[in-house]
Design a protein around this ligand. Structure first.
Ligand code: FAD
Length: 433
């Protein structure tokens, strides 16, 4: 019986260290350098961040999402989940631990599909935390349905010329390179006709039109670029994986990315729950503490139960990824996690905000930012509706239609079958009455 919810003592000690380290050393960075995580380090920030990264390496917790051959620890997704739920408290923590999105997913696909030269040029510095990367897939007119993408590459001798526009390419303004999904053969199904390219951001023809900001950020000073690829010429060696492999590569990338977001979301939701409980125990109104009011107790109980369910779901899915080593086999559960994630964070942060009264709505607490983050999670890496469809399709594969007019569980039919099965005994019982 191998099911076990314990953490081995050696790794538990590492987690305890990480927890204290994030709270004491890393969370303060969120306050002094907000929104600077994906900006290459200047001299001052380097003096602070590099020694922190060194400590993480010394504790064997650097880039834990990858195997030892790629500079990680090979811990697998379950251990990464336990670590990520600690890192989720802080927006700087993933950077300090070398496992920030979107770079993790990008590193994974270069590790999986890249040539030795591509790994040397892009992967090694990415893993060392020396540069950032951007994933450029969504287009202004099409996001959830990649079969509508129109950015295209045409062959020109031993090079490709790429033309089109991409929207919401996160961190493109500070990234050293872009991974771009484009049509390379319009004459076949999009599933076979699209390819991925690795393109240095300073390649002539890569024009950032706007750096779109999220809610609350200044206009055109955000991190999500609208990019015009204007006749961008790249050599054949810029192709990542084979021609026509973009969909397979995207699935590898997004599977990992989605579950990593979920792991960190546990940490963020836990932070909101901690805040809710502290406030409930600190504030008196109408003759008693908030924690004595049944409505508030309901908020706390619902939040705890919701988070526990979500956490178990994420840990189980991480365990499945390790066990099967095949994202396709875990697709249904990754999609289910993705569906649940925004609601869990939204609900818990919303209740925490409500309990904090007016203060909860201000920029002096992180609660409204979390609620906005929940909205983002319902879209980034694909909208909730699309993931629900995936879950439903996969669930339905395990079922079939009823073989007659009535449902299988229709009681008259089942009763008749049960009576036929035990007819001898029933007759005997009747005789004995
Ligand atoms: C913070 C953030 C970061 C992002 N980073 C990146 C990035 O780095 N690179 C990148 O390429 N993209 C990125 N994206 C874009 C993201 O992948 C898209 O927003 C997402 O795929 C949805 O595409 P869309 O915004 O064009 O919405 P649309 O495709 O227009 O969908 C809008 C809505 O329509 C409904 N809908 C769509 N399809 C269906 C369906 N099949 N069934 C039922 N309802 C449906 C849903 O309600 C959906 O929310 C990011 C998005 C956010 C918010």
């Amino acid at each position: 019986m191998a099911w076990d919810f314990t953490t081995d003592p050696e790794f538990k000690a590492k987690l305890d260290w990480a927890d204290a380290f994030v709270r004491e050393e890393v969370e303060p960075l969120d306050l002094i350098w907000p929104h600077r995580q994906f900006v290459p380090l200047n001299e001052t920030r380097r003096k602070v961040i590099d020694p922190l990264k060194r400590q993480v390496r010394e504790h064997g917790l650097w880039a834990t999402h990858l195997g030892p051959d790629l500079g990680g620890q090979g811990y697998g997704q379950l251990k990464l989940a336990l670590l990520n739920e600690i890192l989720g408290r802080s927006s700087w923590a993933p950077i300090v631990f070398g496992c920030q999105a979107p770079d993790t997913g990008n590193a994974e696909i270069i590790a999986h599909y890249g040539t030795p030269e591509q790994k040397e040029r892009y992967l090694r510095p990415l893993l060392n935390g020396e540069l950032f990367s951007s994933y450029s897939m969504t287009e202004p007119h099409a996001g959830a349905d990649p079969t509508q993408f129109s950015t295209a590459a045409v062959r020109d001798g031993d090079a490709w010329i790429i033309t089109g526009r991409k929207f919401f390419s996160s961190n493109a303004r500070t990234a050293a390179f872009l991974i771009v999904m484009v049509v390379t053969n319009p004459d076949v199904s999009p599933y076979q006709g699209m390819s991925m390219f690795l393109i240095p951001t300073d390649t002539p023809g890569v024009h950032i039109e706007r750096n779109v900001g999220l809610f609350g950020e200044p206009l055109n000073d955000g991190m999500h670029a609208l990019i015009h690829y204007d006749q961008v010429r790249v050599p054949d060696s810029a192709l990542l994986g084979g021609e026509g492999q973009a969909f397979a590569i995207a699935q590898t990338r997004l599977g990992g990315g989605r579950i990593h977001h979920a792991m960190r979301t546990i940490g963020l939701a836990n932070k909101a729950l901690d805040m809710m409980c502290e406030r409930a125990l600190s504030r008196t109104t109408a003759g008693s503490l908030l924690s004595d009011k049944q409505f508030v107790q309901g908020y706390i109980a619902d939040s705890y139960a919701q988070l526990l369910q979500f956490r178990l779901m994420v840990l189980y899915t991480a365990w499945e990824i390790d066990a099967y080593n095949d994202y396709k086999k875990v697709r249904k559960d990754i999609a289910a996690v993705k569906v649940v994630m925004p609601t869990v964070l939204h609900d818990i942060a919303w209740r925490a905000m409500q309990i904090h009264g007016a203060l909860g709505t201000t920029n002096e607490l992180p609660l409204f930012t979390m609620i906005h983050g929940a909205g983002v999670m319902g879209l980034a890496d694909g909208p909730t509706e699309v993931h629900k469809t995936t879950v439903a399709k996969q669930v339905l594969r395990g079922h079939r239609a009823s073989d007659d007019e009535w449902p299988t569980e229709w009681v008259p039919k089942k009763l008749a079958a049960a009576e036929a099965k035990y007819a001898d005994y029933l007759e005997h019982e009747m005789g004995n009455l």
